[in-house]
Design a protein around this ligand. Structure first.
Ligand SMILES: [Mn+2]
Length: 439
């Protein structure tokens, strides 16, 4: 299976250290385990920032970067513990972590406070992301106070505190070849999962059964968990944007909207497809679907260096408005309807978002006042939709139809590569796939 070399994680730390400047320290904590109920925990998910810089997948660890130190990259992690490992699982231990993960120094978690105090002392700038782990925030502020209160012991606290996320998230926005390869694989696995769910769909099946088909396919391909709670909404449920109840029975004549993607080695895929339960789009469904698909194609044209989310959204909104006008769901002048964003009644979310270790990945959407343009190696989603509620004030045949089509694109030198072409979305192709699975 594809993976990211430990040397790449090390190179990321070195790049960040160089950007931090002299006499700077960064403290980046790992995630903690979270209780699900009584003495059971949710499946552990590493903190994305910590993972990006370490590739280290244990809870409670701390990464410390010191730009002017002879040991710039330090990991503090759980020590080996025979009893704990018999009950809860293997630990790498600080000795092996140093060699396997290419750190300059490693310490056991029992030495956390002393180590942090020593490393923090006399540094000028602290880079830290406040607010993610409140308990750890308290520890850091406590250590800073210790340094401030004891100048006679030779202690000196950093003068300046900066947010590490400004530097780190800019790095994460641009994906390396290794990251793109893993995301390509996450997208392929997810696409196949969607195909499997389409093939399984039939009258009387349930939304949770389609969800199970998707998750089964992810898991047997090495992606044990979805990147986010899968949305499987049939009929009017598709009009609930973040519907995750997934407990309805599929009815004849309804569409099903599936928004789901796996997480592979920390990287998310995020695909949406909408298809008919009985395998054939009705006329009003096909009419609305064709508008959304055309809007997506229009937005795709803006996914290239120099393009932007707002250009993509403008292109998609124009097509959506035109289509809604032709079908009689909007009335008025095209230009005026676009200017007043009349389409927002039926398309109320954004055109897309960055994609990476987080499904709604990090990275600024603006450069100061201005919107930022797409550049090669950015990965993003394009996901226009139309949502016509069961009680919408429109011709009856369009009510209760929700449609979204979402693909994952990596920006290239001259345009983009669609990572999720593996799952069909043309009406003919969807109908052919579903017909084949029934025969
Ligand atoms: Mn999305």
């Amino acid at each position: 299976m594809l993976s990211i070399a430990k040397s790449e994680f090390k190179a990321r730390r070195e790049r960040l250290l160089a950007m931090m400047g002299d006499n700077s320290i960064a403290i980046i904590p790992a995630a903690n385990e979270v209780t699900r109920s009584r003495d059971t925990e949710y499946a552990f998910r590493q903190d994305s920032d910590f993972y990006y810089l370490t590739g280290f997948n244990e809870p409670d660890a701390i990464l410390v970067l010191c730009s002017s130190s002879v040991t710039p990259s330090t990991l503090i992690c759980r020590d080996k513990d025979k009893q704990a490992e018999i009950w809860h699982g293997r630990r790498i231990g600080f000795e092996k972590a140093k060699t396997d993960y290419l750190f300059d120094a490693t310490y056991a978690l029992s030495e956390l406070d002393d180590t942090l105090l020593t490393l923090l002392n006399t540094q000028q700038t602290l880079f830290y992301a406040q607010g993610t782990y409140p308990a750890f925030d308290s520890k850091v502020w406590g250590l800073l106070n210790t340094l401030r209160c004891a100048p006679k012991s030779g202690y000196q606290a950093p003068h300046t505190i900066k947010d590490i996320r400004a530097l780190l998230h800019e790095m994460r926005l641009f994906k390396s070849d290794a990251e793109i390869n893993i995301m390509r694989q996450a997208c392929e696995v997810s696409a196949q999962g969607h195909i499997r769910a389409m093939q399984f769909a039939k009258l009387g099946a349930t939304e949770y059964q389609l969800e199970a088909e998707l998750h089964h396919h992810y898991a047997i391909n090495g992606a044990r968990f979805p990147a986010y709670s899968s949305i499987v909404g049939s009929g009017d449920n598709a009009n609930i944007l973040h519907y995750t109840q997934n407990d309805a029975e599929l009815a004849d004549g309804d569409l099903v909207l599936i928004d789901s993607g796996c997480e592979l080695q920390g990287y998310a895929a995020d695909i949406t497809r909408t298809f008919p339960v009985n395998g054939t789009f009705s006329e009003p469904q096909a009419a609305l679907y064709s508008i959304v698909l055309a809007a997506q194609h229009a937005a795709f044209n803006e996914v290239k260096p120099g393009g932007s989310f707002s250009k993509a959204n403008a292109a998609a909104s124009k097509v959506l408005t035109q289509g809604l006008l032709e079908l009689g769901l909007l009335q008025g002048e095209l230009e005026q309807l676009i200017a007043s964003q009349a389409y927002k009644v039926f398309y109320m979310h954004g055109i897309g978002h960055w994609l990476g270790l987080d499904v709604h990945d990090v990275g600024d959407y603006k450069c100061g006042e201005k919107e930022r343009c797409f550049e090669p190696r950015m990965v993003l989603t394009i996901e226009p939709g139309l949502y016509i509620n069961h009680d919408a004030n429109v011709p009856k045949q369009f009510r209760g139809i929700g449609i979204r089509i979402e693909d994952n694109l990596v920006v290239t030198k001259h345009g983009h590569e669609n990572l999720t072409v593996g799952v069909p979305k043309a009406i003919n192709d969807i109908e052919a796939l579903m017909r084949a699975s029934k025969s």
